[in-house]
Write a protein of this length. Sequence first.
Length: 94
Amino acid sequence: MFNRQQIDHLLEEKKGELKKKFGSGFIAVFYISILLSICTFFIEYKYFLIVLFAPTIIVMLINPPFSEKKGVFRFIAGLYLLLLALATYFWLRA
């Protein structure tokens, strides 16, 4: 009986760890950004890329999908966001 309770306790801990590792908030943000980018494309098409990808990248910067090497992932995502912002800036100037 005691061993069974320990196994149940360990299984509950594993479920809690899985919930912490995989946040699904970025999925909703990505869908909303797709809808906004479609609307933005018809209003001003030059903002299409930044509206499509920036919200998802920002959410992934806050809560990275990987449990290991979060710093590396945040660094690469930050560089990508900076590159996206610069590309949009130069596209608007052209």
